[in-house]
Design a protein around this ligand. Structure first.
Ligand SMILES: [Zn+2]
Length: 414
């Protein structure tokens, strides 16, 4: 094993307060700081086959108009909700673009393009492993790119990712033991190549890990460690990204087990000082997973709910758009008469009805996570427990899991 350069000062994570296993901290990358826990909205930066449609269409376009405070949505400042965003190498070809368009997308870093020059948040670029597993590469309308670790990193770098992860092979609930072992081995091999390729990368480097419980995750870390020999992996990575949970997103018990066990293993292996990101999980799971020790999240649920005409009244509750009383929300979207009028259906395009709903849903996500952060910073675990009781704990189907998290991660009720 050749010498690998340790991480330098491009990224750091400081824990400011804890309440049981829950942590409030600050993630700093390249001089930009994010308070944690935090939620990264998933964004599709590009989309469309022609030069004029590069910005993309539909609700995705409207969300970017909010991000950039464009005239089209009446201006306004929404940038605080986009301080950290998530995008994926795999999303580049979502619109079936041609090779020329693809080459254009990756020719300049996102933030160096005229289109996004007003955006200065942190971009987390996922490797897209979850998608490549099913179709073996990037598929455009007339081209295919085989994705390996080198190619995934090349694209992450070209997009200008502030946080990047190794190309992983996520597991599926139906995998056999042998299949999981093979995927863990391949992910571990990629992690070594990733560590080597990214030695001088000016951003944060995260290690993806996969497993649903202690024994699976412990075995996964064994595979990774055996690839790195006697090198201390805590010196090579700036964070841990827990993946493979999307198929379990509605199974709160499984999500909590995965996060609690991952936190335990990170402690045992000297990785507890790294931030823990949970890939692809949002909404009502966030409070429980924050209590269990997760620091950051990303998800498309704020968008998908809007596309399904669902308006968030909290992380756990969404109501049909035609039943919303907009006077009940004081967010920037619901306080804007023009946007409320659009959400009531009085506009030409469906994207303008649903885009503001997606923005409102995102604001609710960010506000609730901010509230959790404030509670963690108060004295003791009671403020966090009260929050869980007042939100997820009121939901019959989640109450049992709420009690479990309170008892196992927050020291129990008083
Ligand atoms: Zn609102």
């Amino acid at each position: 094993m050749p010498q690998l350069k340790q991480t330098d000062q491009t990224a750091s994570f400081q824990v400011a307060a804890t309440a049981g296993d829950a942590r409030a901290g600050t993630l700093t990358v390249n001089g930009q700081s994010l308070d944690t826990p935090t939620f990264f909205p998933v964004l599709s930066f590009y989309g469309g086959g022609t030069k004029s449609s590069v910005f993309g269409g539909g609700v995705h376009r409207t969300i970017k108009e909010f991000m950039l405070g464009k005239e089209e949505i009446g201006g306004g400042t929404y940038d605080e909700y986009f301080r950290g965003t998530m995008t994926s190498v795999a999303s580049l070809t979502d619109y079936g673009i041609n090779r020329e368009r693809f080459d254009d997308y990756v020719s300049d870093q996102i933030k160096e393009r005229e289109t996004f020059s007003d955006y200065n948040g942190l971009i987390f670029v996922d490797s897209g492993g979850y998608k490549f597993l099913h179709n073996d590469g990037l598929d455009g309308s007339d081209f295919e790119i085989e994705i390996d670790q080198r190619e995934a990193f090349r694209i992450q770098k070209q997009l200008g990712g502030d946080i990047i992860v190794n190309l992983d092979r996520p597991i599926a609930p139906s995998d056999t033991f042998d299949e999981r072992q093979q995927k863990a081995e391949r992910t571990a091999e990629n992690a070594v190549e990733f560590a080597r390729l990214t030695q001088d990368y000016p951003g944060a480097r995260y290690l993806t890990v996969h497993g649903y419980n202690y024994s699976m995750l412990d075995r996964f870390f064994d595979h990774v460690q055996s690839q790195f020999g006697n090198i201390d992996i805590s010196t090579l990575f700036d964070g841990i990204a827990l993946g493979s949970l999307v198929p379990k997103k509605d199974d709160k018990a499984a999500l909590i087990t995965a996060v609690m066990d991952c936190v335990e293993i990170m402690e045992e292996r000297g990785l507890a000082d790294l931030p823990l990101h949970v890939l692809g999980i949002g909404s009502g799971s966030i409070p429980l997973l924050v209590a269990a020790g997760a620091d950051t999240f990303d998800s498309t649920t704020y968008l998908l709910n809007a596309i399904n005409e669902k308006y968030a009244v909290g992380l756990t509750e969404h109501i049909p758009l035609d039943e919303v009383d907009f006077t009940q929300c004081d967010c920037a979207v619901c306080s804007d008469p023009m946007l409320v009028n659009w959400m009531q259906g009085n506009t030409e395009y469906q994207k303008d009805v649903l885009g503001p709903v997606a923005m409102h849903n995102l604001i609710i996500h960010r506000q609730e996570v901010q509230e959790l952060r404030q509670r963690i910073k108060q004295h003791g675990t009671e403020p966090v427990i009260d929050y869980l009781d007042e939100t997820v704990g009121r939901n019959d189907s989640i109450r049992k899991q709420t009690h479990r998290v309170v008892n196992e991660a927050l020291g129990g009720y008083f």
